[in-house]
Structure formats: C-alpha cells, structure tokens
Design a protein around this ligand. Structure first.
Ligand code: GAR
Length: 189
C-alpha cells in the first residue's frame, strides 16, 4: 500500500480529482489532506469524500515540528502539493527527500516564484501575450518552484484567450496529467 498526503490552500479541485482517480485503486491510500486555511473549501470536500482534513497555522508550520510529526505518523510514500501556496520549510524537505511534489500552473521556470500562483500566473501569461502556457509537475526543494522537473505539458494561448479561459484550460490539463504522474512516481496501476 502506498500512502499519499495532500496539501492544499484553497478550493481543492485537484485534491478531489486525485482522490477520485485513486478511489478504486487498492494499492493507494490517501492518508490525509493538510491545509493552511481554516476556511478552505478543500475541507468541505474532505468531509464529503470522507477523508481526514487537517488544518495547521503559520506558527505550527514554520516554528514547530507539529506538521512534521503528523506527517511521520502517516508514513507517506509521496507528499503532494495540490494548490498549496506556502513555501515548504526545511524540516519537511530534509525529512522527505524526493518525496514532495508540486504542480505549478505554468511552464517553469517562467511565471514561478513568490506571488506567482493560481490566477496571478494566468493574468501574467495573458499580459505578456504568451503564445503557450501549460503545467509543470516538479519535486520540491527549499526554493519556490525550483526543484527538478518531472513532467511539463504545453498548451497554446490565442489572442482570444482571457485569464479565465487560460485558467480553465490549465485546470483541465492538471486533472488529466497530475494523477497519472503521481501513479507513475509511485509505480502503481
Ligand atoms: C492549481 O491550478 C495549481 O496549479 C495552483 O493552484 C491551483 C489550485 O486549484 N498552484 C499554484 O499556483 C502553486 N504555485 P485547486 O485548488 O482548484 O486544485
């Protein structure tokens, strides 16, 4: 059995998609979803999906080993950041080398770094008249959006696209590819 712990900060549509993808897979267990937002919609999804949903605050994340100790109890084979917007502290990176992956809604190294998340990314892609964007799935290291790239998938951006249509396209790509890449990393399926 492979254990996955997910981290999310907002809606959690990727979380739900990953949970659904592995629902019938007896080799994979979604141990918990951890969030830094007490009001995040992802916690409603956890309730509905009958999955552990746990909240932590900034102090416990950055100044204590609370989250580390919680993670250790779940013995994760993979920690998946699915729309998680805080930088991961070193105590977690050091304890889970090559076991933390993130999805970024653009073609890194473009449109990465602090402040570049969610719709901010799509607005910047539009403002710069990019002709392509996409998704990047990568390992997490101590710098935002800089770990080794596992998979990138591109899509075109046309003049008619708005940040909203770009966001929609990118989300659809995330739903298609993220669970498959997770399955490949875990060597399940
Ligand atoms: C996703 O598009 C994900 O790529 C992005 O947040 C969104 C979360 O959507 N992540 C980042 O921007 C990380 N820097 P969701 O909550 O509906 O899954």
């Amino acid at each position: 059995m492979k254990n996955i712990v997910l981290f999310a900060s907002g809606s959690g549509s990727n979380v739900e998609n990953i949970v659904q993808y592995f629902h019938e897979n007896s080799e994979v267990n979604i141990s918990a979803v951890l969030t830094n937002k007490a009001q995040a919609k992802v916690l409603d999804r956890c309730n509905r999906l009958n999955i552990n949903g746990l909240y932590f605050n900034r102090n416990s994340f950055y100044k204590t080993d609370c989250v580390l100790n919680i993670l250790k109890t779940f013995k994760p084979d993979l920690i998946v950041l699915a729309g998680f917007l805080w930088k991961v502290p070193e105590n977690l990176i050091a304890n889970f080398p090559n076991k933390i992956v993130n999805i970024h809604p653009a073609l890194l190294p473009k449109y990465g770094g602090k402040g570049m998340y969610g719709d901010n990314v799509h607005k910047a892609v539009r403002a710069n008249n990019e002709t392509e964007t996409g998704i990047t799935i990568h390992y997490v290291n101590e710098n935002y959006d800089e770990g080794a790239i596992i998979r990138q998938v591109k899509t075109s951006v046309s003049e008619d696209d708005t940040p909203e249509t770009i966001a929609h396209k990118v989300h659809q790509m995330e739903y298609e590819y993220f669970p498959k890449v997770i399955a490949q990393i875990l060597e399940v399926e």
